[in-house]
Design a protein around this ligand. Structure first.
Ligand code: HEM
Length: 481
């Protein structure tokens, strides 16, 4: 049986407005059949080859002028080649060097919070602080660039925020879907302007780094900790790794390709991670018992240490904090759905056929709220991720990073950053609800209407800590909570 056009299939739970809206949008806008996918079919569809499963222009096309032909937007053989070339840059041997950066960016954000609390402003919008912090760390990991964006304004960072907002606005304005009209509108002009700021920045870094590589050779790939003092050499960042990456025939990425990938990391990596962290902190502010348990976990881990820096090996010693993060990614997934188009007819179990060219909306929100897999799906319960409770669960039941060959390449990076930020935040602050009702606002990532306001209790005092200490050493010495 072939599914008729605009047919919705496999809805194992009542329709929620959260999906109904995007689905209706698809229904009206797409000239192709539209299918919404939940768990039952996910397993079958996510193992399909990447050459059959492509990104549709309807959802992803507006990003193209900004991100170019990058991993996120490419298809088929081009995508496979890029994925092979980029994967080594996300090996844990590389990622472990970034944990220092996560600590440092978190320290800067916390010193800002302390200052605000001292000035009597204990209610903070998590999203605005955390987005700046994740941008700060991504700029360091991607370009080795210290933008100081958490402390002062930056043209580049303003352009990234502007582009994200304009993409959302364009999606919501049907007339602006038409390129001819959009590029003549004030919004289109602003988009062009912001793109040129971002592209100029990335292009300059790539060109400079290519020249540096020619003259000075490759930078260190790992931080050498043998013999006590760490080497002070610059550690390879994403740009360095992409410059030296080669395929089986010895071909590397061109400057234009590296620029597209770096822009994509900035886009795909900062808002998603900021949303993930903000919602964990929100959920823990609602559940003081879980918050206390996480705090005890990190305090026990850092007991008797000279500094508060977490390193890569510490991350596996935060099992309960990790469970709290995963449960938050389930309940408040930063990305609520992804879409795919199939280049040939796909027969699914039961004999039904998804016709070639259909746009399939894979609902991450729906999958994570399916009561058949997640009893009381709206309840925040980290114990769902206790290894004992998750051993029989399908690997397709929890998909915040999507699944299959086109899953998130940055998921280990994101999980590492989330663990560092959440653990250090709970060690230093007690979070309580900010007294404003929090309502979900699904945009490119899941936000909260009017911001996500939480109260950060006064940090524990420590006479030897000042903002200067944090800037110079990147470490902190609070007494145990
Ligand atoms: C909590 C944080 C994150 C979440 C929830 C998340 C989620 C996702 C999802 C759902 C996809 C699939 C998108 C699609 O198919 O349209 C994706 C893809 C991708 N993500 Fe992430 N992501 C996160 C962090 C990151 C980070 C930190 C980076 C890079 C530094 C990154 C880079 C990418 C890239 C390049 C892709 C495209 C992969 C491909 O098509 O092969 N993401 N992410």
């Amino acid at each position: 049986m072939v599914l008729p056009s605009h047919h919705q299939v496999v809805l194992p739970h009542p329709l929620h407005p959260y999906f109904l809206l995007p689905c209706c949008l698809l229904f009206f806008l797409a000239s192709r059949p539209t299918v919404t996918i939940f768990l039952n079919l996910l397993h079958h569809l996510s193992i399909l080859a990447a050459s059959i499963t492509v990104k549709d222009e309807l959802f992803y096309g507006f990003l193209r002028p900004w991100l170019g032909q990058s991993l996120l937007l490419s298809n088929g053989e081009d995508w496979s080649r890029r994925r092979r070339l980029l994967t080594p840059a996300f090996h844990f041997d590389i990622l472990k060097n970034y944990v220092k950066i996560f600590n440092h960016s978190t320290d800067i954000m916390h010193s800002k919070w302390r200052r605000l609390v001292a000035e009597g402003q204990s209610r903070q919008d998590m999203f605005s602080h955390i987005s700046l912090m994740t941008l700060d760390s991504l700029l360091r990991c991607t370009f080795s660039y210290n933008s100081n964006c958490q402390e002062s304004s930056s043209e580049y960072v303003a352009a990234i925020f502007e582009l994200s907002t304009l993409v959302i606005e364009r999606r919501g304005c049907i007339l602006h879907h038409w390129d001819w009209l959009y590029w003549r509108s004030p919004e289109g002009q602003r988009f062009k302007q912001a793109c040129s700021v971002v592209h100029r920045f990335t292009k300059t870094v790539v060109q400079e780094r290519r020249a540096q590589l020619l003259h000075q050779g490759e930078p260190e790939r790992h931080t050498d900790t043998t013999g006590g003092e760490e080497k002070r050499k610059r550690v390879a960042d994403f740009i360095d790794l992409l410059l030296v990456s080669k395929d089986e025939e010895g071909h590397g990425l061109t400057d234009e390709e590296i620029k597209a990938e770096a822009d994509t990391f900035m886009f795909a990596g900062h808002d998603t991670t900021a949303s993930g962290i903000s919602w964990v902190l929100y959920n823990l502010s609602q559940h003081q018992d879980y918050q206390d348990r996480c705090r005890t976990e990190v305090n026990d881990l850092l007991q008797d240490r000279k500094t508060e820096d977490l390193d890569w090996s510490d991350l596996s010693s935060l099992p309960f904090t990790t469970m709290c993060i995963k449960e938050s990614l389930r309940l408040h997934s930063p990305v609520s759905a992804v879409t795919r188009r199939y280049t040939k007819d796909i027969t699914v179990p039961g004999g039904r056929v998804i016709p070639q060219g259909s746009i399939c909306l894979v609902s991450i929100y729906g999958t994570h709220h399916n009561p058949e897999i997640w009893p009381d799906p709206d309840v925040y319960n980290p114990m769902r991720f206790d290894p004992e409770n998750s051993k029989d669960r399908s690997s397709h039941a929890f998909i915040p990073f999507s699944s299959g060959p086109r899953n998130c390449i940055g998921q280990k990076f994101a999980m590492a950053e989330m663990r560092v930020v959440v653990a250090l935040t709970l060690r230093r602050f007690r979070l309580t609800p900010g007294g404003v009702e929090v309502r979900r606002l699904p945009q490119l990532v899941l936000r909260a209407e009017g911001g996500l306001w939480l109260t950060t209790d006064k940090p524990h005092t420590c006479s030897s800590l000042s903002q200067m200490d944090i800037k110079l050493t990147g470490t902190c010495c609070f007494s145990q909570v």
